[in-house]
Design a protein around this ligand. Sequence first.
Ligand code: GUN
Length: 294
Amino acid sequence: MPATIISGKEISARIRERIKGEIEELVRMKGENPDFALPGLAVILVGDDPGSSIYVRNKRKICEEVGIRSFGYILEKDTSEADLMGLIDQLNEDKNVHGILCQLPLPPHLDEFSVISAISPEKDVDGFHPINKGLLSMGKNCLIPCTPLGCVEMLKLSGIGIAGKHCVIIGRSNIVGKPLAALMLNENATVTITHSKTRDLQEICRQADILVAAIGKQGFVTGEYVKDGAVVIDVGINRDTENKVRGDVLFEEVSEIAGAITPVPGGVGLMTTTILMQNTLQAYRNIMSKEAVL
Ligand code: GUN
């Protein structure tokens, strides 16, 4: 029996509707008060990488859709670290900005770790700051990276239980694999992280109840990697020779074996930007409640 399709389109539309409703309520609360800030997201792009430019444009569009104010900063590709840090400092102080995202990868002369670490942890809607990473690994409340959280929300909102399941993740990036492992562990899954040096990869993957592909290689996961009835989450966004978006999973083959599967496009990718909106609203509420106490 072919797999159930887990639609990122439907699930993210539901989440966006909820966020939109919450922001409409904030707009009502603001009324005519000029001092009442509404949620705002600043997106920084250094250089003109075409892929990144599309992502940034897309983020602005989704912000508009849900009612989050967006502030875009497109910097020259030879921008100095001091100038970028200056902008981040300014945004850290800006009362109208509650989320700051610096699109990765950065040009090679900029040190990603230093840049990420300069963003105020409470405005770090990517969840990449070492403080948020540390809190996540300790199972504490924090801002959680958007793609991993998107994967977990997709499972939960599809009624797929996580506790006790064996989750195998292919890929150990700081953006997806590692934070997803921490998140799944916090959800009481048994977690295996695999990577390019893993031995007997197929065998390990075939033990997965939930298999997550975050490799960055089109069609890498074939039917041989998948147990009958397993849930397969495809995080890959690759361009084929015709410039079409393709996942890391060979969909046609794997969907005949898996119990449930996320498509590409229309799967995890849509969830990432939706969760970014959710994180911005969370950062806003955290900052506002802290200010109310002070
Ligand atoms: N580049 C690829 N994915 C991401 C992401 O989730 N956040 C940022 N800032 N850059 C990325």
